[in-house]
Structures are given as C-alpha cells and as structure tokens.
Design a protein around this ligand. Structure first.
Ligand SMILES: Nc1ncnc2c1ncn2[C@@H]1O[C@H](COP(=O)(O)OP(=O)(O)O)[C@@H](O)[C@H]1O
Ligand SMILES: [Mg+2]
Length: 269
C-alpha cells in the first residue's frame, strides 16, 4: 500500500510579471517535494530566494504559475482552516487580548463562546502563557507575542502548520527557547510542520529533514536527513550537529555568493 503524503509539491513554479516590461520573473522554479504526515520539514535558503513565495503558495494565498500542490492528495486552491500560518511579524490584533486573539479563528469556525474560551486557555497553556490571557499585545514581549500567534494557529486545529521565519525577529536566547517549545508542541500535537528559515542552526535543530534552496530562482538544491540526538544537553555542540552545519553551510555558501553577485548586477543595470 502506498501512503499519500500529507503535502505534495509537484513541479511548482511561480513567476511574477515585471512591472513596465514584458518579462516574467521566476521566483520559484520546479520545486517538487513530499511532506509526510506528522513530519517536521524545514526549508532553508538565502534571503530573497523565494521562501515566502513558496509558503504563500502552500497557504493558498497565491497559486502556482505551473505545477500543483496537493494536501491529502487534493489540490490546494485557496486558503483553508486545514492550514495554519505563522508569519515573522506577529500579526496579532492590537485591540484584542491574547485570549481573544486566539479565539479569533474559532469565531470563524462558529464555536460557541464557552468552548472558544476553553480552547484558547488550553492553547495558552500549551505555549506556556497561562495567566497572560487578559494581556494586550503591547503588554507582551516579542517572544510572548509569537507564542500567542502559534497558539492562535493551533487553536483551530489545522492539519498543517506553516511557519515563515517566525523567530527571526527575536533575540538569540528567546529564539532558542521558542525552538525547544516548538519541538515540544510538535511532539504533543503530532502536527505536520513546514518551517522556513534562513538560519542554519535553527534548521538543523528543528528539522527531521532540511531542504536547502538555491538563490533566485528558488529550487531544491538538496534534502538533508538530520540524525541528531535532540535530547542532548547542548545539542548544538554535538558532533553530528556540527557535521550537518558544515554540510548545509557549504551548500548555502555558493548560493549566498550568487545572490550577492546578482544583487550587484541588478544595482548596476
Ligand atoms: N508579488 C510579487 N510580485 C513581484 N515580485 C515578487 C512578489 N513577491 C515576491 N517577489 C519577488 O520574489 C523574490 C522572492 O521573494 P520572497 O519569496 O519574499 O523571498 P524570501 O522569503 O526567500 O526572502 C524576491 O525577488 C521578491 O522581490
Ligand atoms: Mg521571506
């Protein structure tokens, strides 16, 4: 029996019209990859390589120019409650408390008030924010806001969690503790996670597999299986971790150089 992947990208290409010209700009080029149910897949690539473009496609916020994206074998044609998205910017509603931000998606789902509240409190606890439900976003630190954003995405019980550099704006210490929290949440919920980052350490720490993207246009350069012991006290100093870091660094190094050259060229034309 063949099992259907949770998510399948089939030769996905995305181009944009270049304003004031007949040219097309290719942001994502022929990306094919499967994500298994319950898998934690990380996509790592240099800035501007098309990561957010790819995440928007997975979220159904835009559609591929060619190729297709399948969720449980069915084509994705638009946004849906089966996919939760966490962006780099916290995207919380400033006039709503943490709890009411989490309840937001549940209102759209038509859940009764008491059930919304119960669920919001459950997810506040899951992200380590019990007792902060009545705070407004401006009363929360960056890390706490991002926890609320994660809780909000989880609260409507999506099948897949899509995360676009969610910890990039946080300080290093907060970022590391949120990475650990996310791994714990992933284990507790069994969600399928597609996580995007430009950070190599973050990619290795989180991903069961890491797909390395090329610089413009974004293609899959390599997919690396990560076999590290995440229970180790200082996982980043582990031998296998350092091995993966060097490998992925080497893969990305060429791409960063290429991106710089492209940038210089586009500045001079
Ligand atoms: N709506 C759009 N129209 C035209 N170009 C776009 C659009 N969205 C993104 N791009 C371009 O596609 C490339 C990839 O962007 P993006 O996916 O945001 O990269 P990343 O998230 O990897 O930094 C960039 O060169 C960007 O300018
Ligand atoms: Mg981006």
């Amino acid at each position: 029996m063949t099992t259907i992947p949770k998510l399948r990208l089939e030769h996905v290409t995305k181009g944009f019209d270049v304003r004031g010209s007949q040219d097309r700009f290719t942001a994502i080029d022929d990306v094919s990859i499967d994500v298994a149910e319950g898998e934690f897949l990380v996509l790592v690539g240099p800035s501007g390589c098309g990561k957010s473009t790819l995440l928007d496609l997975l979220g159904g916020l835009s559609i591929p120019t060619s190729g297709r994206i399948l969720l449980d074998g069915r084509p994705v044609t638009g946004p849906g409650l089966d996919r939760g998205i966490v962006f780099q910017q916290y995207a919380l509603l400033p006039w709503r408390t943490a709890r009411h931000n989490i309840e937001f998606g549940l209102e759209a789902k038509g859940l009764p008030r008491s059930e919304r509240r119960e669920r919001a409190d459950h997810y506040l606890e899951l992200v380590g924010l019990s007792g902060f439900g009545d705070r407004y976003p401006h009363e929360l630190s960056g890390g706490m806001k991002q926890r609320v954003a994660i809780a909000r995405s989880l609260a409507f019980d999506p099948e897949v969690l899509l995360m676009d550099e969610p910890f990039a704006a946080l300080d290093a210490q907060t970022r590391e503790s949120l990475q650990d929290e996310l791994l714990r949440i992933w284990k507790a919920t069994g969600k399928t996670i597609v996580f995007i980052t430009h950070g190599i350490d973050e990619a290795i720490h989180l991903g069961q597999r890491v797909a390395v993207l090329t610089s413009r246009p974004g293609r899959v350069k390599a997919v690396v299986d990560i076999d590290i012991d995440r229970t180790a006290a200082d996982v980043r100093s582990d031998e296998r971790f350092r091995h993966h870091r060097h490998h992925i660094w080497s893969l990305l190094h060429d791409e960063v150089q290429k991106a710089r050259t492209n940038e210089r060229e586009s500045v001079h034309v």
